[in-house]
Design a protein around this ligand. Structure first.
Ligand code: NCD
Length: 352
């Protein structure tokens, strides 16, 4: 596969270029095809070691990375904090260095504090080792692989053969729920605004502080001239893209004619104050139900990164309704997208 990928670490989507998004989408689509075969395994990362360092609980992200690594024939080590030397006082950095000494090639890191994967990546660079670090969720900061699998889920729905970032140009996407605590929302804001979609955030003011209005600088110049899927075709015309982000403290304006609605879990474990009167009231005002979808585009689809508080951010029947819900497709997409990310990091071309 002729690709050009130079990123050693995947820590944030803030500086991802359209060409990079398209390389991820195209590569993930090739792996989706592999996963549809009878033999769902390729020898791509044979002999390489991928270590899952999850310092915070996880079901789907951790299993999805594990399966992705296995499908690529890598050896996978799974670290579980509860039964590790962390309980004996070892630092996180020393834990990472232990896995490095065992020959780890890539580390997939999740931590409840923002910045931990970045700190480990910086230390690896300082040591001059070529280990790649992938951020699998750091505090309230970012969760790049989740946003990329969301992007893949949406773009393959629009074009199964050739998913591309620019398919989302001028689509309306609503992100609803606990935006304040959500790393998924932050990563999705970067990817979706880079696509030229209109992104509408909706939540009560306590979960959507005004500072989100400045989250992206509308005039921030990112090259929007989308190059070919592999970044190889000539760019038609150099333009800059305006990131379009809107804030709403009510649900209806965000849903109005929306093509996609992303709901987010209320992250009760991160709420340090009483930010909501009650879950019932939250559901009445911001819960996504079939009835509420009448404000949206008739073909609207609903996403949720999981885990779900059924009946709180989304009604139980809507969650299970295949006419609207893309939730299980998101989980399926996750494996192909994470295979793509591990593959790209593993086959990186060294920069001069
Ligand atoms: C999310 C996470 O951990 O950030 N879940 C996930 O990775 N699928 C969202 C959440 O926990 O609500």
């Amino acid at each position: 596969m002729a690709i050009s990928w130079t990123r050693r670490h995947i820590l944030s989507l803030a500086d991802f270029t359209p060409a990079e998004y398209n390389v991820v989408l195209q590569t993930a689509n090739s792996f989706r095809e592999v996963l549809s075969r009878r033999t769902k395994k390729v020898p791509t990362l044979q002999g390489q070691v991928v270590t899952n360092l999850f310092f915070e609980p996880s079901t789907r992200t951790r299993s999805s990375f594990e399966l992705a690594a296995k499908r690529l024939s890598a050896d996978i080590l799974n670290f579980a904090p509860g039964s590790s030397s962390l309980t004996k006082g070892e630092t996180i950095l020393d834990t990472a260095k232990t896995y490095l000494a065992m020959g780890t090639d890539m580390m997939v890191i999740r931590h409840r504090e923002a910045g931990v994967p970045q700190a480990i990546a910086a230390e690896m660079d300082r040591m001059g080792v070529s280990v790649g670090v992938l951020n699998a969720g750091d505090g309230q900061h970012e969760h790049p692989s989740q946003a990329l699998l969301d992007l893949f889920t949406i773009t393959t729905l629009l074009d199964q053969e050739h998913p591309r970032l620019e398919q989302l140009q001028d689509k309306k996407i609503a992100i609803v729920g606990d935006i304040l605590h959500s790393r998924v929302a932050r990563s999705n804001i970067w990817s979706l605004t880079a696509s030229g979609a209109e992104v509408h955030l909706a939540a009560p003011p306590t979960l959507l502080p005004k500072l989100f209005a400045d989250f992206v600088t509308p005039s921030a110049a990112i090259p929007s001239a989308i190059s070919g899927p592999m970044g190889s075709e000539p760019v038609a015309e150099a333009q800059t893209l305006t990131r379009r982000l809107f804030l709403h403290w009510a649900l209806e304006p965000a849903l109005e004619n929306a093509d996609f609605v992303m709901t987010l879990r209320l992250q009760k474990e991160r709420m340090t104050h009483h930010l909501l009167p009650s879950l019932r009231e939250y559901h009445q005002q911001f819960g996504i139900t079939r009835d509420r979808l009448k404000y949206c585009h008739p073909d609207v689809k609903v996403l949720h990164p999981g885990p779900v508080n059924r009946g709180v951010e989304i009604s139980s029947d809507l969650m299970d309704d295949p006419r609207f819900s893309l939730i299980s497709q998101q989980v399926t997409s996750g494996v192909a997208v994470r295979m793509a990310l591990l593959y790209l990091m593993g086959s990186r071309t060294e920069q001069a």
